[in-house]
Design a binder for this molecule. Structure first.
Ligand SMILES: [Zn+2]
Length: 162
């Protein structure tokens, strides 16, 4: 009887591990995105100094100043470093935060999130899954149904108009 109990516990532990593994694979979906790996020296050659600062050194555009802050043109917003399609214009909403804001992302693990503890704050940074460039931050205070606010630097994205 006791042996059976031990076996049950063991099985439960294995099942549990299996589940943990499944949870961990949320990021494997991201791993299917073909990554672009470049050295920082290469990025420096490709990007403008401003783009390099924002995208590769996690800089931030001045608020209320970025070229897409008040943009309403239709199209697809792509990563300014690698062209990965991140948002469509219908995901963009007018936000008073000072940066272009989106309430969702194009599906397919194109954006990754990671904790950012810089400047004495705990925020969630968003990065391009393809090239690892810094896009901005995501917050849970969005005014639309998704409740999300992807706060993105204009410098990190390029709008390809329809
Ligand atoms: Zn990218």
């Amino acid at each position: 009887m006791q042996r059976l109990l031990i076996l049950t516990v063991l099985l439960a532990a294995v099942a549990c591990q299996g589940q943990t593994k499944k949870v961990a694979t949320t990021s494997t979906a991201v791993d299917t995105v073909k990554k672009i790996v470049r050295s920082e020296a290469e990025w420096k050659k490709i990007l403008t100094p401003e783009q390099y600062h924002i995208l590769r050194e996690k800089g931030t555009d001045r608020p209320f100043a970025g070229k897409y802050y008040l943009a309403h043109d239709n199209g697809v917003y792509k990563c300014a470093a690698c062209g990965n399609e991140l948002f469509t214009s219908d995901m963009k909403f007018d936000s008073d935060c000072g940066w272009p804001s989106f309430d969702k992302e194009i599906e397919g693990g194109k954006i990754i999130q990671q904790e950012d503890r810089s400047y004495g704050m705990v925020r969630t940074e968003i990065l391009c899954a393809k090239c690892g460039s810094h896009l901005g931050h995501i917050f849970d205070d969005g005014p639309t149904l998704t409740g999300k606010r992807y706060c993105v630097n204009s410098t990190s994205i390029n709008l390809v108009k329809k």
